[in-house]
Design a protein around this ligand. Sequence first.
Ligand code: SF4
Length: 314
Amino acid sequence: MRSNLADFSIIHFDSKYVRMGDINVEQLFKAESVLDAVLTKQDFIAKNIADFKKLIQLKKIPDIEMGKQCQHPYPCNFSNYCNSLVQPEEEETTELDNNIQVDKAAWLNYSSEFKFPLFFFDFETIQYGVPQFNFSSPYQQIPFQYSLHVLLEPNAKLIHSAYLGDGINDPRPALIEQMIRDLGSNGSIITWNMTFEKSAIKKLAENFIDYHEELMAIHDRVVDLMPPFRPNRAIVYSDAFEGSYSIKKVLPVMVPELSYSNLQIQEGGTASFMYGQLHLLEPKEHEQLRSDLLAYCHMDTLAMVKIWEKVEEA
Ligand code: SF4
């Protein structure tokens, strides 16, 4: 049924807008007609509603295999549950405490790309709808903090360094300079879910062109510790992961003596929100929050080190 309205438009932030100097409101927002898209979806919506009505009357969960629909157009909120139903293939495994199974051959093969010195690295980022700094766009991930644990060689003493912005100025220029110094020019940079760190580094390289070459060299050394824990890879597997491969779920199973639970900040969303509050605080609270942020990010990279050590021991 055609509406009598002349048009439907959505006004939204334009993600292509890059702030330079004062905000240009005309360029910050974009008005987009969605009338054609709405009209072409009308039949589809009507059919979907009819299908959903049938679906909710079923007595059993439909038997659908995981596939593209689990990620597109959005990651499905039930993926942890569905992942937990996927049985890992039978392989020769080593069993650790907590019924953790390690497929040693697959792990050696996977981790052969990890080259010493090993840099266990994690960013925290903040997103501003209205860009706060030059060379940034609406909702761009702005790294404001990192933690780094370095193992120069097997069994070497662990070295730690960290960066945290002041909550007022653009944290990226000083972060980039320290990162380049701290990460050197060789060895693997180990992350948990490298897509996030790699895309943030790539964006830094695009926005700060003077450091492009050094940042892209860092980008190309990034590797990922997370995939062996995915239920569909199951190189490291435990029922206690409950189908999740979030580091917050994997750590207490792999390394029960280490925990986020004593920290004031226990996950990235809170870290990001609290960083946004930093500039509002009196000196005493300001210092306390800084140390809470540093402690949280420190735990993220220490967790990776301890998880990696545990799997190596298997
Ligand atoms: S993860 Fe979501 S979309 Fe994928 S099979 Fe499970 S319920 Fe369906």
